[in-house]
Design a protein around this ligand. Structure first.
Ligand code: 5GP
Length: 143
């Protein structure tokens, strides 16, 4: 069953068009990565393709093949920058599966032994905190 068309008024499409700000950590011709405003753990970031799709289900496989190497690069950078024990990578497809923003995105969430992450789409983090966390990851990418 189809789950609807891509809606270009979604918040990540607005970020891609520069209509609303984000704490950017990485960008190339096909991909943008930025801090999640409601992080489940310090360093929680989102990786999105620039090409429009709602989620994994309607995405062009060629887009996915360019996205995943960036997910890997940023997962490694976030793990090192935040001295995490592990990284959870999540990706939700349609509302029934927990998706709230309907532009394909992959979550990268630093994790620590014995610590549960905060709730998904929970509490907004301060801008200054997110800016500092973005700088940490950018610094790690530069290494
Ligand atoms: P989903 O449930 O669709 O996988 O998650 C969407 C994510 O986007 C959530 O983790 C939420 O915190 C995050 N988010 C929602 N609105 C904004 C926003 O305006 N800017 C950023 N950077 N993240 C957002």
């Amino acid at each position: 069953m189809s789950s609807g068309a891509y809606d270009s008024t979604n918040i990540f499409a607005k970020i891609l068009r520069g209509e609303i700000p984000c704490h950017r950590v990485y960008e190339d011709d096909d991909t943008l990565a930025f801090m999640d405003v409601m992080p489940q753990s310090p360093g929680h970031l989102l990786v999105i393709p620039k090409e429009a799709s709602r989620n994994l289900l309607d995405a062009d496989p060629a887009v996915l093949s360019r996205l995943m190497p960036v997910v890997q690069k940023l997962a490694r950078a976030a793990k090192d920058a935040f001295e995490a024990d592990g990284i959870t990578v999540t990706q939700f497809n349609e509302a029934a599966a927990g998706q709230t923003v309907f532009h394909l995105h992959v979550h990268i969430i630093p994790r620590y032994e014995g610590q549960a992450p905060k709730p998904h789409s929970g509490q907004m983090e301060d801008n200054e905190v997110l800016a500092a966390q973005a700088e940490k990851i950018i610094g790690e990418l530069g290494n």
